[in-house]
Design a protein around this ligand. Structure first.
Ligand code: URA
Length: 446
């Protein structure tokens, strides 16, 4: 017996559609983390939850138990002068928000201990992007991580073995038992890891559209609502924004290309306008949650000042140097970031206006160029990807290509060119992209 209920009894109760006692969920999750419960019972539990769901109360307990299954970061001893804030995204294409947002909020007085992931499926991963910077260490020891969060205000690193270990096992079993697509399991998995960072406030960026993790806008909305509600009830005030992923967020996708885009925005260049707007909107929520601004307008002002004064760029530079990267990345990015040997402009089959993009397919084109992984242990090529991607509503013709492909050789570049053409619909109708922020779920609204 692992605790208050035998594991098979807990599985039976959930299989039969009953609510589980809080203590039994906690014992089961601790049993997973300790290794006392085998993969068979974990899989059966996941399937029972997949089929019968969980109440909000059960999801809160599962989330808190996942968070508490390993180390929970405590910051009190450091006596930080500002709040601990973070953002998590459900993942997208050309979504380099984290690279800019962490240092930007740090420059406004927040402390951002950001634990990020690698690319998953068609979506890019913050760690892969940062690893295109030579020397950048995504697994420093905890003392270094904490020192950077204190002194620079931001450190972006990878998952540690001690953070939410129950999720590591549960997720691995879900992956091979067709139980990933379960709202309570997704919520507990995402939040269990994030809330273990000891935050005062969290903003969730839940993507909607053709490149989103959730298959429909309604599913994205449900996920956003549940994430905000469950995290807040588990003790971390959380806001969720539903943001558009019907096209890549920046006009590029690929690891080093996205670091270049981050440096441009941090340098005050707003040509990636959608990236700027979404990143700033998330920053506004973080500043409000951290009481670093009293109103939305004040938060926007504070963020713009930190961007255009160079303060956010300075935080980024200090974080990179503090984690082993070059001291002059901002001044000389071309000296450090890898560049693909082949560049290929891909033109549409006809002139006209971009109507629609299959964002997921564009992400997969980057993966197939070598910029993402087809299997977990594969190495990636940081230099490849798509640049100058034409946006919805933009005119393309003999002069303006759909994108510039950065490839390691001509054959892979031409394959990607075909995929980009297939992923883009062009005709003569004038069209405007939909809203960037589809909705916001805030504490005061719920
Ligand atoms: N990301 C996670 O971390 N967990 C899930 O279950 C799904 C996406």
């Amino acid at each position: 017996m692992v605790g208050t209920l035998l594991p098979q009894e807990l599985i039976r109760r959930k299989r039969d559609g009953n609510e589980l006692p809080a203590e039994a969920i906690q014992d089961f999750v601790n049993g997973i983390a300790r290794g006392d419960i085998g993969d068979g019972q974990i899989g059966a539990f996941a399937m029972a939850v997949y089929l019968n769901g969980m109440s909000d109360a059960e999801t809160v307990v599962l989330t808190a138990a996942t968070r508490d299954s390993g180390q929970v970061l405590r910051w009190k001893a450091l006596d930080l002068p500002g709040p601990l804030l973070d953002k998590h995204s459900t993942g997208g294409v050309g979504d380099l928000v984290s690279l800019v947002l962490g240092p930007w909020v740090a420059a406004c007085g927040g402390h951002v201990p950001m634990i990020s992931g690698r690319g998953l499926g068609h979506t890019g991963g913050t760690l892969d992007k940062l690893e295109s910077i030579p020397g950048y260490d995504v697994s420093p020891d905890m003392a270094r991580f904490r020192a950077l969060v204190k002194d620079v205000g931001v450190a972006i690193i990878g998952q540690t073995a001690d953070l939410a270990p129950a999720d590591k096992r549960l997720y691995a079993v879900r992956d091979v038992t067709a139980t990933v697509e379960s709202l309570p399991l997704i919520v507990a998995s995402i939040l269990g890891k994030k809330l273990a960072c000891g935050l005062d406030g969290l903003v969730m960026d839940v993507k909607v559209g053709s490149g989103a993790f959730m298959p429909t806008a309604q599913a994205s909305r449900e996920l956003a609502g549940s994430l905000a509600d469950v995290a807040t009830r588990a003790g971390t005030p959380t806001t969720a924004l539903l943001t558009d992923m019907n096209q890549p967020l920046a006009a590029c996708a690929g690891n080093a290309l996205e670091v270049h885009a981050a440096l441009r925005l941090l340098g005050g260049d707003l040509s990636d306008r959608r990236l700027y707007e979404v990143t700033r909107a998330l920053g506004v929520e973080m500043l409000l949650m951290g009481h670093l601004a009293a109103t939305r307008e004040e938060a926007r002002d504070r963020l713009d000042k930190a961007l255009f004064s160079g303060a956010a760029a300075e935080r980024f530079a200090r974080m990179v140097a503090g984690l082993g990267g070059p001291n002059d990345l901002l001044e000389r990015p071309d000296d450090h970031l890898p560049e693909a040997p082949v560049r290929l402009a891909v033109h549409a089959d006809r002139e006209g206006i971009v109507q629609q993009l299959d964002t997921r397919a564009l992400g997969m084109a980057v993966v197939e160029l070598g910029g993402g992984r087809l299997e977990a242990s594969a190495a990636i090529d940081h230099s490849v990807g798509l640049a100058n991607i034409a946006a919805i509503g933009e005119r393309v013709d003999a002069e303006r290509p759909l994108a510039i492909i950065h490839a390691r050789d001509r054959a892979s570049g031409e394959r990607a060119a075909h995929q980009v053409r297939q992923a883009t619909r062009v005709d003569d109708t004038a069209v405007r992209a939909g809203p960037l922020i589809h909705d916001a779920i805030r504490l005061e609204d719920t």
